[in-house]
Design a binder for this molecule. Structure first.
Ligand code: ADP
Length: 177
């Protein structure tokens, strides 16, 4: 699925984010930038040790929830990895939606600051962090749509959804919007 927005475009794609040759790919990181399972495990496994060495050196304090930091991409096909920290779901009453939107926005800002023309996101917070995917999809897409409407240059934003369920949730949310 592909929807032009302003000078940009949103694409939905089913696959593995570590295969993406976009300028930047986004990691679903934790606030210690300590490595983990899911997307994080796949990125460090395929990208090699250089990524963690760089984040340890540049961001020794880690990264707060709702924000993101950037590094090189080691052996991955992308140029940059943007390490985003989404919220852990705890029922929705703890500002999760705002924190999730902040994390997406910060990634987009970092991509633009680094002159990226394309960025690939996984579905932040919907794995180990248990954010309900239908709600997460709406927050993610709304944030990207608003950002692209305001942006004065082209940017390709691709959501790389790991399985058919995730793809379906994002496709349904995008159609609704
Ligand atoms: P979080 O801790 O933010 O919830 P996870 O990495 O556990 O992050 O999961 C986020 C989402 O990414 C989940 O929907 C999961 O199915 C998906 N996912 C896991 N591995 C990959 C991958 N290699 N590429 C794309 N998506 C992935």
């Amino acid at each position: 699925m592909r929807v032009p927005i302003g000078q940009g475009v949103i694409e939905l794609h089913q696959g593995d984010i570590t295969d993406e040759a976009t300028d930047a790919i986004v990691n679903a990181a934790n606030s210690q930038l300590a490595g983990g399972g899911g997307v994080d495990g796949a990125i460090h496994r395929r990208g090699g040790n250089a990524i963690m060495a760089e984040t340890d050196a540049r961001y020794p304090e880690g990264c707060p929830t709702g924000s993101a930091v950037i590094s090189g991409a080691g052996d991955l096909p992308a140029r940059y990895v943007i390490h985003a920290v989404g919220p852990v779901w705890s029922g929705g009453g703890r500002g999760e939606a705002a924190l999730l939107a902040d994390a997406y926005r910060r990634c987009l800002e970092l991509a633009v600051d680094h002159e990226c023309r394309s960025i690939a996101f996984p579905s932040l917070s919907t794995g180990a962090y248990r954010y309900p995917i239908d709600q997460a999809a709406r927050v993610a897409l709304r944030t990207v749509i608003d950002f692209l409407h305001e942006l004065d240059r082209p940017l390709q934003v691709r959501f790389v959804l790991f399985d058919q369920g995730a793809y379906g949730a994002y496709a349904a949310a995008l159609e609704e919007m």
